[in-house]
Design a binder for this molecule. Structure first.
Ligand SMILES: [Zn+2]
Length: 300
C-alpha cells in the first residue's frame, strides 16, 4: 500500500498545537519493557522488544490523538504533519480476488451465501473483490473511519459506511482486517470488539506485513509511516495475539512485495519527486501475510 506524502508537507514548521503529546508504553504483546532501537522516522522511534521481538512505536501519541488521526488521515509529527491519503487502486481488486479465491476455496465452492464485514475498508477494493466471488445472496459491507475514503467508495456504489465498529448491531460469518493491524494501539481490545460482531465459528481474515520479523527497518521495503503505523508484528506475534483472544489460525499465506514491478513503480515515484525506497528485487525478507483464523466456540 503506498501513501502520497509530498516533501513540502513534511518540511513544514510545526505549529505549537501540532506537536503530539506522547506516552511511553511496554511491549503490546508480552508487556516487557526491554527493547532496542529498530527504526526511526518523523521524530518517532520504533523499538524491537527484547523478549518477544515485536516492533512498536514508543513513546507514541496518546490514544485520543491516534483515534482523531485515524479519522482525519493526518498525524502530528516532529516535523509538522504526516498526511496519509491512500489512492484507490483497481489493480488491488484483481489481487484481492485471487487471494480470496485461494484462501476461501472451500467456502466458495460450498455455494452457501455468507455475510462479510470488512473493517477499515478504505476505498473498498477488498469489498469489490469479495462481491465478485461470493455466492449469490451473500451480504458484503465495509466500515471505514476516514470520511473521504467512505465518500469515494460510496460514489462507486460500494457498501462502505463510517459506522463505528462499536455501533454495529449485526453479526457476520467473515470479518476482514486488511492492513489495519499496524494502525491499532491495542489489538487485544480490538479483537474483543470484533468478536462481538462475529457469528459462532466465524472466520477472521487478517493481512499485515511481517515487519516484526525483520532485524531492522533497513530491511523494510518502504517508508515506515510513523506514527500512522504503531506496531509491526511477525507471523508468530499475530498468531499469539489471535490465539490468546479465542481464534485458531487455520491458514497462512505469505507474499513478497519486492517484485521487479514493485521496484520499478518505486523508481518511477522517485523520478516524479515522491518519497519511495529503492532496492534490489527479490532480496527483501519482508512479506505481506494473510491469516485465516476461526473464532473458537463461545463459552456460555
Ligand atoms: Zn514483547
Amino acid at each position: 500500500m503506498s501513501a502520497i506524502v509530498s516533501s513540502s508537507e513534511l518540511a513544514a514548521e510545526p505549529p505549537a498545537q501540532l506537536v503530539a503529546s506522547t506516552e511511553a508504553i511496554a511491549c503490546p504483546l508480552c508487556r516487557a519493557w526491554d527493547r532496542r532501537p529498530w527504526g526511526a522516522e518523523n521524530g518517532f522511534e520504533a523499538m524491537k522488544c527484547g523478549q518477544c521481538g515485536m516492533v512498536y512505536v514508543t513513546p507514541r501519541p496518546k490514544l485520543e490523538e491516534i483515534s482523531e488521526a485515524n479519522k482525519i488521515g493526518e498525524h502530528r509529527t516532529a516535523d509538522g504533519a504526516l498526511k496519509v491519503v491512500y489512492r484507490r487502486s483497481p489493480r488491488k481488486i484483481r489481487h484481492y480476488r485471487d487471494i480470496v479465491q485461494l484462501m476461501f476455496r472451500a467456502e466458495l465452492e460450498a455455494g452457501v451465501p455468507f455475510s462479510w464485514l470488512d473493517v477499515g475498508a478504505g476505498y473498498g477494493e477488498l469489498i469489490e473483490a469479495v462481491m465478485d466471488v461470493l455466492p449469490p445472496g451473500s451480504v458484503v459491507e465495509g466500515i471505514e473511519p476516514m470520511q473521504p475514503k467512505v465518500d469515494c467508495a460510496r460514489a462507486l456504489h460500494l457498501p462502505v459506511s463510517s459506522t463505528p465498529l462499536a455501533a454495529m448491531d449485526r453479526r457476520f460469518d467473515v470479518v476482514s482486517l486488511i492492513n489495519v493491524f499496524s494502525h491499532l494501539p491495542d489489538f487485544d481490545a480490538f479483537l474483543g470488539d470484533l468478536r462481538r460482531v462475529m457469528n459462532d465459528g466465524a472466520i477472521l481474515f487478517v493481512e499485515t506485513g511481517n515487519g516484526g520479523d525483520l532485524s531492522s527497518a533497513a530491511e523494510y521495503p518502504d517508508r515506515l509511516y510513523l506514527p500512522d503505523h504503531l506496531v509491526f508484528a511477525g507471523v508468530d506475534h499475530i498468531r499469539q495475539f489471535l490465539q490468546r483472544n479465542g481464534f485458531d489460525v487455520s491458514a497462512i499465506h505469505a507474499l513478497r512485495l519486492d517484485t521487479v514491478g514493485w521496484m520499478a513503480k518505486n523508481a518511477v515515484k522517485r523520478i516524479l519527486g515522491r518519497d519511495a525506497k529503492l532496492g534490489i528485487p527479490l532480496s527483501s525478507p519482508f512479506r505481506t501475510v494473510f491469516f485465516k483464523a476461526r473464532l473458537q466456540p463461545r463459552r456460555t
